[in-house]
Design a protein around this ligand. Sequence first.
Ligand code: TYD
Length: 136
Amino acid sequence: MNWDKPQIINLPKINDPRGNLTFIEEGSHIPFDIKRVYWIYDVPGGQIRGGHAFKDQKEIIVALSGSLDVTINTGNTKINFSLNRSYFGLYIPNGLWRHMENFSTNSVVLVISSTLYTEDDYIYSFRDFINWQKLI
Ligand code: TYD
């Protein structure tokens, strides 16, 4: 795996007539120690979330239920990912601009993060993001 790039990870899926099961283990499926888990839900139709970059946070995004689209902007290229399976994990390295949209009704989106929450890690303006990239 090249962990420098955003990518979909096919997580393990235990098929079972009683209901399927998927899991993520630190050290085997993801390239960071898990510091925080949060989830996004009750998203009204048409809303866009996450228009920002993280300087340090690496993350895995999983549509536990429903679906959404994630657009990643590297500064000069946009990459789109559709998350529509509970066993897809989207890995996003730090230092990329990203937003989430097209949340389906009742979607539940899990984010597994490499960092604790700190406001200082956020870059909220795209112009600041481009300037920050030039400095690193
Ligand atoms: P934010 O990360 O901006 O949400 P999104 O990227 O989905 O648009 O977070 C929204 C608000 O929640 C913001 O005020 C910070 C707060 N927050 C925490 O307090 N702790 C957390 O772990 C997260 C992710 C957000």
